[in-house]
Design a protein around this ligand. Structure first.
Ligand SMILES: [Ca+2]
Ligand SMILES: [Ca+2]
Length: 180
């Protein structure tokens, strides 16, 4: 069997019947998020764009584990701008991530808390959402873990302060600018 050219980027179609299972190098992307383990698991979306553009190449729903790690088990090789959106946080972009055959790693840090309604800006809607469940505790129906910035089981002044600190900040969007 001839080796498949994994570096070829123009090939988008993947054939399922190549009979080569087990012979190809699987391409994976391991992500690491600066994360409070008390927060447990959290849903996130990882989007890959052609560098410097808003041309979406792929989108993955992932789960941030309590240790801050996430994994995309199979993806295409290439160079991508990566935008990670974790529930409750603004989207974070990382430019020009090279994905080669085999295991790849990407670090996602400095996540900004406070986007409770997932529209990629921290504003009065998020403030209102947090205020509406102020002093609710884990176990109560009104408690929303997404609003619990420090994940201590109560929505209080600490979480309000965290949200206020990012008030009117907007998350990253494609195309990512060179300044980032
Ligand atoms: Ca918002
Ligand atoms: Ca809290």
């Amino acid at each position: 069997m001839t080796a498949r050219n994994l570096g070829e980027t123009s090939e988008i179609l993947i054939t399922a019947d190549c009979g080569c299972a087990g012979t190809q190098i699987e391409t994976t992307l391991n992500g690491s998020v600066d994360w409070n383990s008390n927060c447990g698991e959290r849903d996130a979306t990882v989007k890959l764009y052609q560098p410097g553009t808003s041309s979406l190449e792929a989108s993955y729903d992932v789960s941030i584990q309590a240790d801050g790690l996430f994994n995309i088990p199979e993806l295409e090789t290439g160079t991508f701008d990566v935008i990670v959106k974790v529930e409750g946080y603004l989207a974070k972009g990382i430019q020009s991530v090279e994905v080669e055959a085999g295991v790849n790693n990407v670090v996602v840090d400095f996540l900004v808390f406070g986007d409770l309604n997932d529209d990629n800006i921290v504003d009065f809607i998020d403030l209102g959402a947090l205020s509406g469940i102020y002093l609710s505790q884990v176990g109560q129906g009104s408690y929303n873990p997404i609003a619990d910035a420090n994940c201590d089981g109560i929505i209080d002044f600490v979480d309000l302060g965290a949200l206020s600190g990012s008030y009117l900040i907007i998350g990253d969007v494609a195309p990512l600018s060179a300044a980032q």
